[in-house]
Every structure is written in C-alpha cells, then in structure tokens.
Design a protein around this ligand. Sequence first.
Ligand code: HEC
Length: 89
Amino acid sequence: MKKIALIFALSFTTTTWAAEIPDADSPAAKLFANKCSVCHAMPYPERLDWPHWRHMLGVMKQRMDERGIAEPSNAEWRQIAAYLKKNAR
Ligand code: HEC
C-alpha cells in the first residue's frame, strides 16, 4: 500500500513540474499562458530555441487570423516574444 502511495505522490509531482512555466507569476508569463493555450495546450518555453520561436510566432499569428481569433496587440506580442526569448532552450 505504501508503495502505491509513493508512486502516486511521485507522478503527481512530475506533472506539476511539467506544467510549471518559468516566472509563472510574472505578467509576461500570464499573457503567454493566456494567449497561447486557446487552440492547443500551452507550449513549454524550453521546447524551442529563440529562432524557432520567432518563426512559430509568425505562424501562430497567421493561424489566429485564419480562425478569426483576436490577436494580441503589438505590445503584447513584444511581451510574449521577450518572454520566450528569455526562456527559450
Ligand atoms: C488560432 C489558434 C492558435 C493560437 C491562438 C495559437 N496557436 Fe499554436 N498552433 C496552432 C495550430 C493549428 C498548430 C498546428 C501547427 C500548424 O498548423 O502550424 C499550432 C502549433 C503550435 C506549435 C508547434 C507544436 C508542436 O507540436 O511542435 C507551437 C510551438 C505553438 N503552436 C506555439 C504557440 C504560441 C507560442 C502561441 C501564442 C502566441 C500559440 N501557439 C497560439 C494554433 C494556434
């Protein structure tokens, strides 16, 4: 029984870590989490390096336009980009 409880505890901690993004309480992280989890799960910033993020932001802008989903403002895009640049792989 103890073993099962331990496995549960371990898997719980791992999922919590995986869901945690850097500086999760900062305005930029919240903006990113907000705008980038509308159509799919929130991507983890360490998933890509900055050149790939920059490319993906352009693609995502296009996807938002195609689907009529309100785009972040220019200031918000800059904030999201700066956040990803800082926390990229
Ligand atoms: C309008 C819906 C929509 C929004 C909002 C959106 N995405 Fe996406 N995203 C997609 C679609 C659709 C794909 C699948 C690939 C494609 O069509 O280009 C995707 C794929 C991705 C991928 C690749 C996933 C992989 O498995 O490699 C990343 C990374 C990503 N999005 C990041 C972002 C970020 C960062 C934001 C916020 C700025 C964002 N997305 C907001 C629609 C969206």
